[in-house]
Design a protein around this ligand. Structure first.
Ligand code: GDP
Ligand code: MG
Length: 433
């Protein structure tokens, strides 16, 4: 069921990614044009691209090395949406696997999902990486393994954590994509959730969507008014022009009325366009779900009027692969430069440390030097309130400022006690006289 370009093409939305790619010759060279791809084979399969894969592997390796903790951002597709908007279902549809899903909060930690197309003659592989360990699983037990890992990371209650969990899926036919699923936005804490759950979730989401390197995949339910969506409000705060936001509209089957008008009107300023989908329902297999989806958008009196280039999971997969290639090509040179800078800085720091020591006397001298330097640093931070040694380390600033304030307070205390004792003695003398 290769999607065709319909006659009433909403070129504003559909060509946006291509426009981004047009700015960058390299990325264009890597990615086959949408038309080329669409005429060949089912897009999920064809999205595999030998030239994108090594780049994606590099980015994933950097992610594993936690370079983001060093303040270096990586090009990332981040999935956001209000609770129960269908985020996990969209990821399931893309990966063809079962994730924990249902009402209430299921995704309690950032789930980094790495999908890798695998040769058809090898067995699929599934594993989880978290807290420095690797847990093998299989297709039938992924959802359960994720629940167990989530409990281990974020506790067994309903709390959330910013510590990510990585799911690696190597399977034939999946698009080569890495995406991050985030906890859904919830306004009211349910029983067992901390009072500030909204703020906690908002902070995690903002941390992921704020960097310019992130593409925001905003999942919206067809049954809601987009302009009232919390996820729209949040993504517009960090991406005012909407240039790095793509909307996926789920539950098209449930609320087909007015959907065409909603995605055409684009009241909420989605720069990368809309894709309407219908996810798996009930016990359907993924193949059945795709057939039902195709049938729905082909035959439904209202949904069939929506341009075929903006409907269906295969189209979404293809568009995401394309966007991913574009952002990687655009961001990678800058990322490499930032890593080199950081490395140079750290090597300089390392060189300041003593070299290999061969005798006790040498070791003792080095140790005394380190002690001396540490004492001097502490004296500066804690006694004199100076933080010039740590220009980028806010915690040190805070400690130094605290020392500064305590010193001021100490001075004031001294002065006021002097004033007080002068007044006391004056009072006493006036009383005495
Ligand atoms: P999340 O909280 O955003 O991750 O949402 P889930 O993926 O867990 O989905 C919430 C509920 O909506 C689940 O019961 C899904 O089965 C249902 N759902 C998701 N997508 C669709 C869809 O396209 N059509 C229908 N009918 N139900 C859907
Ligand atoms: Mg979810």
């Amino acid at each position: 069921m290769g999607p065709k370009r319909g006659s009433s093409s909403k070129s504003k939305d559909n060509n946006k990614v291509q426009i981004v790619a047009d700015n960058d010759q390299d990325s264009l060279a890597m990615v086959p044009s949408a038309d080329q791809e669409q005429t060949v084979k089912a897009p999920i399969v064809i999205s595999y691209n030998d030239r994108i894969r090594p780049l994606l592997d590099v980015v994933d390796r950097l992610r594993n090395l936690m370079v983001m903790k060093e303040g270096i951002q990586l090009p990332t597709i981040v999935v956001v949406g209000d609770q129960s908007s269908g985020k996990s279902s969209v990821l399931e549809s893309l990966a063809g696997i079962n994730l924990p899903r249902g009402q209430g909060i299921c995704t309690r930690v950032p789930l980094v999902m790495r999908l890798q197309n695998h040769p058809s003659d090898s067995d699929p592989e599934f594993y989880l990486e978290f807290n420095g360990k690797i847990v093998q699983t299989d297709e039938d037990h992924i959802a359960n393994a994720i629940v167990l890992a989530t409990d281990e990371i974020a506790g067994q209650g309903k709390g959330i954590s910013n510590n990510p969990l990585t799911l690696i899926v190597k399977k034939n036919g999946v698009p080569d994509l890495t995406m991050v699923d985030l906890p859904g936005i919830t306004r009211v804490p349910v029983h067992g959730q901390p009072e500030n759950i909204y703020e906690q979730i908002r902070d995690i989401i903002v941390e992921y969507i704020k960097p310019e390197e992130s593409i925001i995949l905003n999942v919206l339910s067809a049954s809601v008014d987009f302009s009232t969506c919390e996820s729209i409000r949040m993504s517009r705060q960090v991406d005012k022009t909407g240039d790095r936001t793509l909307a996926v509209v789920t539950k098209s089957d449930k609320a087909p009325e007015g959907l065409l008008e909603k995605v055409t009107a684009d009241d909420v300023n989605i720069g990368l366009g809309y894709i309407c989908v219908r996810n798996r329902i009930g016990d359907e297999s993924y193949d059945e779900a795709r057939l039902e989806e195709a049938r729905l958008f082909e035959n439904h009196p209202l949904l069939s009027q929506i341009d075929k280039s903006i409907v269906g999971i295969p189209v979404l997969a293809q568009k995401l692969v394309h966007i991913q290639a574009t952002i990687i090509a655009r961001c990678l040179p800058e990322t490499v430069r930032k890593i080199s800078d950081k490395l140079n800085h750290n090597v300089t720091e390392l060189n300041k440390l003593p070299r290999a020591l061969s005798s006790t006397a040498e070791a003792l001298t080095a140790f005394m030097q380190i002690m001396g330097a540490a004492k001097e640093s502490l004296r500066k931070i804690l006694l004199r309130g100076e933080f010039d040694e740590y220009p980028d380390d806010i915690i040190m600033h805070c400690t130094a400022r605290l020392a500064e304030k305590l010193n001021n307070f100490n001075d004031e205390l001294q002065k006021s006690s002097q004033n007080y004792s002068t007044k006391e003695s004056e009072g006493y003398s006036s009383y005495a006289s």
